[in-house]
Design a binder for this molecule. Structure first.
Ligand code: GCO
Length: 255
């Protein structure tokens, strides 16, 4: 039995972009730690299917679909979340997209789409959640950054720019919202075998490069991110503020 400090029993958590991949794994993990889970994605049917799968496994989960890139949908969505389940204790800002291509040829709309989803939406959903949490002087916000909050590689400039922004937005949120009783931190995943990276996993050359570049010698498994999320969402991290916890198999540790 985990010590009380890691217990999330009764805490209400919203995870954006949680119909699959890292978001779904984090939602499941918070649920297994006792939290009541609100799943979110744009696709209502897929979000409901994911919530049903968690309920089938005995977890307390509901679907709350909305588009994190639409300000009105975010405002209405957070209100709906609290009507569905109650006051929000935990937000994981996970929703994100990847659009790869050479920066020289990067279309304006591609750049804007990535920055809007991966950075501006973190601000937008975070602001809405923080307004609610501040009234209760209590809350946990966990932004999903990336090892690309620190380093880049060719072909992912908008993603890296956005995730670099998430690192400093996390600190900006911290310095304004810690006095309001809200812990804001981030998790920085390394390379994980998810739908977002399916093409990379299938590319034998990239797969070999990542395995050689990662001291742990392999891709991460999405459930290996759960411990960091439960820790940052729990009372065990009550004095942890403004940090990015990298879960990257050691990639950022060396050349
Ligand atoms: C890529 C990948 C990365 C991943 C990685 C870092 O094209 O290099 O999509 O951007 O997101 O898991 O978070």
């Amino acid at each position: 039995m985990a010590p009380q400090r890691f217990d999330l029993t009764g805490r209400i958590a919203l995870v954006t972009g949680s119909s699959r991949g890292i978001g779904l794994a984090l939602a499941r993990g918070l649920g297994e730690a006792g939290a009541r889970i609100l799943l979110n994605a744009r696709d209502a049917a897929r979000t409901e299917a994911a919530a049903q799968a968690l309920r089938d496994d005995g977890l307390d989960a509901l679907a709350c679909p909305f588009d994190v890139t639409d300000p009105q949908e975010v405002a209405d969505g957070l209100a709906n979340c609290e009507q569905l389940m109650g006051p929000l204790d935990i937000l994981i800002n996970n929703a994100g997209i990847q659009r790869r291509g050479p920066l020289l040829d990067m279309p304006e709309e591609t750049w804007a789409e990535v920055l809007d989803t991966n950075l501006t939406a973190v601000f937008r959903v975070g602001r809405e959640a923080a307004r609610r949490m501040a009234s209760r002087k209590r809350g946990k916000i966990i932004n999903i950054a990336s090892l690309m909050s620190e380093v880049a590689r060719p072909g992912v400039a908008p993603y890296a720019a956005a995730k670099g922004g998430v690192r400093l937005l996390t600190r900006a949120m911290c310095v304004e919202w810690a006095p309001l009783g809200i812990n804001v931190n981030a998790i920085g995943p390394g390379y994980f075998a998810t739908e977002l990276n399916a093409d990379l996993v299938a590319d034998a050359t990239f797969d070999a490069w990542i395995r050689a570049r990662t001291p742990a010698g392999r891709w991460g498994k999405v459930d290996e991110l759960v411990g960091a999320a439960v820790f940052l969402a729990s009372d065990a991290a009550s004095f942890v503020h403004g940090q990015v916890l990298y879960v990257d198999g050691g990639v950022l540790a060396g050349l």
